[in-house]
Design a protein around this ligand. Structure first.
Ligand SMILES: [Zn+2]
Length: 480
């Protein structure tokens, strides 16, 4: 396992990471409340934590990555009633879209996306425990609140002082609460809302407790790494710490807290033709997953990043094409001729440089996930290879593979350079060879009309064939 450091928001220092039970790492990231389509800001947070999971796996840790889905809350209920639909169905629909977007963007490292409403028994058990221990109380209407005064360490994660939250602070006054800073963990429901039976009457879970109940169930009373964007530190994560440590009696609840910077929308004159590129899907459609990932990762992850709808994406597209020019050529040659292609071997210095660069990329990322510096190193490699570009054709397959190593690292860890599959996938991959064999038999017996017919039908279905001396190759034809 590679040693790495992480800036821990809990201790406010950069620490060497040590898992609770190596090599396993429980990673939990606050996920989506799917009441509307995902935003470019979600893309930033999810892409960053995807890189964290990819890196840890590369370095030998066994990561179990959980990202919750808050599929019921006030926003969802309000939005659903406006649209006259069921809130749980609305959440489900937006979540499915989100999964597709994540897949396109290359964020596939999450092991489990638990839905809050699937954990009501665990949530109720934790609430019961908190009531029994005296940390929570039942209000007149059957709601249950966590009593912040009972947990003197409240504020330790965010550095917020409780005094600052006392009356006068921006907390809505609620007669059901004993103190304004108390927060709801079980909400008594009004008729028509989704609700569950509880010892205190029908209700639904509050927001903060869904995370702690899921973490206890899926990762244990303590987790290794808890992450989200920085806007969730207070009150959400502060509340999680209080709930978890009050319920379990062990601390710290999360061994390391990682908070990513926000994506700030630049208030620019949005022309109608630009459309609403604040939506993640629109941004993906506009420039593709590679440039968008480059945009997200080419910044210090804790710093705010300003998103200027048109400009940011265009710059990313342009930078991405500069970054990929050499790798594209290498991939082209390897795809065309295969890894055994004959040619010159690599000058030793260049081979050594590639190997050393991969090591440097790992050490750079192991320094609190410095994706920005890693990308700078990849740009440096591309600049160095620019003079090799005309000579690439002359190199052997293994020489090209050596040159490609740093880019392969970028593909594996940063998720860059993802290309659309060049051949039909899934069922196609099984069916096309059958059609090709039939065509080969037709040609062997001299029935060229039949062979052409098979080729034309495959073409109509989106598969292009290419015949040469070594046989027939096929690829998915570009759409349209
Ligand atoms: Zn959360």
């Amino acid at each position: 396992m590679r040693r790495f450091t992480v800036y821990d928001s809990r201790t406010r220092e950069t620490r060497v990471f040590a898992p609770l039970s190596p090599p396993r790492v429980g990673l939990y990231v606050c996920g989506l409340t799917p009441y509307a389509p995902a935003h470019v800001g979600h893309g930033r947070t999810m892409t960053f934590f995807d890189v964290v999971a990819r890196a840890l796996r590369r370095w030998g840790y066994r990561v179990f990555y959980v990202q919750n889905v808050t599929n019921l809350d006030d926003h969802l209920i309000a939005r659903a009633s406006e649209d006259g639909v069921d809130p749980l169905a609305l959440a489900d629909r937006h979540f499915q879209d989100f999964r597709r977007s994540m897949d396109t963007l290359g964020n596939r490292s999450v092991n489990h996306y638990p839905f809050a409403t699937d954990y009501v028994p665990e949530i109720l058990a934790q609430i019961r425990q908190l009531v029994e221990k005296g940390y929570a109380y039942v209000a007149d209407d059957g709601s249950v609140y966590f009593s912040v005064a009972k947990f003197p360490e409240y504020g330790k994660l965010s550095g917020q002082k409780l005094e600052a939250l006392k009356p006068g602070a921006r907390l809505e006054l609620d007669e059901r609460k004993r103190a304004p800073e108390d927060f709801v963990i079980w909400k008594a429901t009004t008729p028509g809302e989704p609700s569950w039976e509880s010892p205190w009457g029908p209700g639904r879970p509050g927001w903060h407790i869904e995370d702690t109940a899921m973490i206890f169930r899926l990762l244990g009373e303590r987790c290794d790494l808890h992450g989200a964007a920085v806007d969730l530190i207070f009150p959400h994560h502060e509340a999680e710490v209080a709930l978890a440590e009050a319920a379990s009696g062990v601390a710290p609840f999360a061994n390391y807290w990682m908070h990513g910077g926000l994506l700030l929308m630049e208030e620019e004159k949005m022309s109608k033709s630009l459309g609403n590129v604040a939506l993640l899907d629109d941004a993906i459609e506009r420039v593709g997953p590679g440039p968008l990932r480059l945009y997200y990762l080419n910044a210090q992850y804790r710093s705010p990043l300003v998103f200027q709808a048109g400009k940011s994406l265009e710059e990313a597209r342009e930078a991405y094409s500069r970054l990929t020019v050499v790798y594209d050529r290498i991939s082209e040659l390897l795809e065309r001729d295969g890894p055994e292609r004959p040619g010159a071997e690599l000058p030793e210095a260049l081979g050594d440089a590639a190997e050393q660069l991969v090591e440097r990329l790992d050490t750079t990322l192991a320094d609190d996930f410095n994706t920005r510096e890693a990308i700078a190193l990849l740009f440096g490699w591309t600049r160095r290879l620019a003079e090799e570009l005309p000579r690439l054709e002359g190199y052997s397959g293994s020489a090209l593979e050596e040159l490609a190593q740093p880019y392969r690292w970028g593909e594996e860890v940063l998720g860059l350079f993802v290309r659309a599959p060049t051949g039909p996938t899934g069922a196609w991959a099984a069916i096309v060879p059958v059609a090709l064999a039939a065509r080969a038999r037709a040609r062997a017996r001299g029935d060229y009309a039949e062979a052409d017919r098979i080729r034309d039908e495959l073409r109509a279905a989106g598969v292009e064939l290419e015949d040469d001396s070594s046989g027939t190759r096929w690829r998915a034809a570009p759409p349209g």
